[in-house]
Write a new protein. Structure first.
Ligand SMILES: Nc1ncnc2c1ncn2[C@@H]1O[C@H](COP(=O)(O)OP(=O)(O)OP(=O)(O)O)[C@@H](O)[C@H]1O
Length: 329
């Protein structure tokens, strides 16, 4: 569906040169859901706008839905849906009129656009709102209408630029339910931008991490978390008072399998007779019981244990030295 090579966009503004996107390669297969993840200003929207033919690349090439974005922009546009960050609906129109207008824009015959509008009103739960003015809709309802507008031409490829930004968690979950259901029904390919880590983790089959206009990683979320971040096992272990921390640490390390991961032993901060064992590892969920069993067999009493699984924020931190969560906040 998408094959981009060396995609680059440089803006010149007031004597400044802004390298918004640099040398980006992207492949998206039919039916995939791919998320571009990165902080504000990383270049996600600019990349998407080049792929939708709205911006001409400074250099590089992209084929989208079988056509070249520079040489065949109208063929690209006829085969994609694009929902930008701004609101698609003209505010003076009513919900159904806006959908019908969109159908006319794509040159659909009246019967067809009325049928599609009715279908999308149903699929995106806009029933009862058909005659409402768009300016009176809630944020979540407006975003669902945006998605409906982007789907009027039945595109095999849908681009969503920050579909859920500004929505409350309930509306966000609701929008995602609708998008997932549509995807299941139509097999549509979806490319979206987001800076919600949880959203990318849960919804996307593949995450393209973008920072300073460059792709810094591109893989399924679970692979990124395995390759670029650690799970952390934490266990609180009872210790005998006379033992020095060094001796305890040595004994604990020796009882654990050598390949378990990076082990650290710290005294409890409140001076109690416990030590905190942390193990940075991959496949933490499988290794947690192994570690606990090894400690138990060696005679240690484990008072509590927990597992913190690697997140996409850890991935971003390890790749860039910055926390995406903090940057976005
Ligand atoms: N038309 C433009 N003229 C000048 N600079 C621009 C223009 N459009 C984008 N930029 C700059 O290019 C860089 C990338 O912007 P872009 O909007 O692609 O980032 P983004 O990752 O989508 O950010 P956000 O999450 O805030 O939407 C930023 O530094 C931005 O200020």
């Amino acid at each position: 569906m998408i094959r981009a090579r060396g995609l680059t966009k440089t803006f010149h503004r007031k004597g400044d040169t802004i390298r918004a996107v640099e040398n980006v390669d992207i492949d998206v297969a039919e039916g995939e859901l791919v998320a571009f993840l990165g902080p504000n200003g990383a270049g996600k929207s600019t990349t998407m706008r080049m792929l939708t033919s709205l911006l001409t690349p400074t250099s590089g090439t992209a084929e989208v839905a079988g056509f070249d974005v520079v040489r065949e922009p109208s063929l690209v546009r006829s085969r994609i849906g694009y929902i930008g960050q701004g609101n698609g609906g003209g505010y003076s129109y009513k919900v159904r009129d806006e959908l019908h207008n969109q159908g006319r824009f794509y040159g659909l015959p009246g019967r067809e656009y009325r049928r599609r509008a009715a279908d999308l009103i149903d699929a995106l739960e806009l029933g009862g709102l058909e005659k409402r003015g768009i300016s009176s809709l809630s944020g979540g309802q407006k975003r669902r209408l945006d998605v409906a507008l982007g789907l009027m031409n039945h595109p095999p490829l849908l681009f969503l630029d920050e579909p859920s930004t500004g929505l409350d968690p309930h509306s966000r979950a609701n929008l995602w339910e609708h998008i997932s259901a549509l995807r299941e029904r139509t097999g549509m390919t979806i490319v979206l931008t987001t800076h919600y880590l949880e959203e990318a983790d849960k919804m996307a089959e593949r995450v393209v991490v973008i920072d300073h206009g460059r792709v810094v990683a591109d893989a399924p979320p679970a692979d990124l978390e395995r390759d670029y971040a650690d799970d952390v096992i934490t266990a609180s272990v009872a210790i005998d008072r006379p033992d020095s921390l060094a001796a305890v640490s040595d004994r604990i390390r020796k009882c654990l399998p050598p390949d378990i991961g990076e082990v650290e032993v710290m005294p409890a901060p409140d001076g109690a007779d416990t030590a905190t064992v942390t193990i940075a590892t991959t496949y933490g969920a499988e290794r947690l019981p192994v570690a606990l069993e090894a400690l138990r067999l060696a005679g240690w009493t484990v008072q509590s244990a927990s597992l913190t699984q690697a997140s996409l924020d850890d991935v971003f931190l390890n790749l860039t030295g910055r926390s995406l969560r903090e940057e976005v906040a």
